[in-house]
Design a binder for this molecule. Structure first.
Ligand SMILES: Cc1cc2nc3c(=O)[nH]c(=O)nc-3n(C[C@H](O)[C@H](O)[C@H](O)COP(=O)(O)O)c2cc1C
Length: 187
């Protein structure tokens, strides 16, 4: 069993549908990035893991800034276009606008932001690390906004709406669990 792309084990992960915007030598660009994670509250940091040969990496390495948007339900096609083509060959933002998606100007960075996303964060590059076969870029969020839209998830090669939450155990069950855990207190 390995964790190669598309393997049974790798497909078990549930990840975010991050949309990474940038504007640099390759022009305005967007890529899909499931490896997008909030990694610190204070300072507010977001880590993205991207291919070092991507047009996004080239833009960010030059400008030291990027946008992070969390894809909303209804934006799955946007993500598929952002993730299915490279900005080195296609103006994905131009194509996405023609398809009907909207972008707006950022307040703190040059890259455009995705309108109607579940969350938008404008980031300044804080740290860069080669991690295995990807490049981890950590951005400090300079400006953040979140609307009413629900984020979608990525799992098993598909997009998912998070419409059903798991109900909590009953009060009696929780009491019993707590008593059991207390029996195992280390002192
Ligand atoms: C749903 C989805 C998630 C993706 N997640 C990642 C990711 O986490 N990291 C990565 O390097 N590429 C990821 N990709 C692939 C990139 O988006 C793809 O290589 C893209 O063409 C890079 O664009 P660029 O060359 O314009 O930067 C994902 C693609 C899809 C469709």
């Amino acid at each position: 069993m390995d964790l190669k792309w598309g393997s049974d084990a790798a497909r078990k992960f549930i990840t975010n549908v991050g949309l990474i915007t940038s504007d640099g030598p390759g022009g305005p660009n967007i890529m899909a990035c499931e490896w997008t994670h909030h990694v610190s509250y204070e300072p507010p940091l977001i880590a993205i893991c991207i291919g070092s040969g991507s047009a996004t990496a080239a833009n960010i390495r030059k400008t030291k800034e990027f946008g992070v948007s969390l894809c909303a339900a209804g934006q799955n096609v946007l993500s598929s276009v952002a993730g299915g083509y490279s900005g080195s060959e296609h103006d994905k933002i131009g194509a996405l606008k023609e398809i009907g998606f909207k972008f707006h100007k950022a307040r703190k960075i040059k890259a455009p932001m995705v309108s109607g996303a579940a969350m938008n964060a404008e980031c300044r590059l804080a740290r860069e690390m080669e991690i295995g076969d990807h490049l981890m870029l950590v951005g400090e969020a300079l400006f953040v906004s979140a609307g009413d839209e629900e984020p979608i998830a990525y799992h098993n090669g598909m997009y998912w709406k998070m419409s059903e939450n798991i109900s909590k155990p009953s009060d009696a069950e929780r009491k019993k669990i707590k008593e059991t855990v207390e029996k195992y207190r280390k002192t």
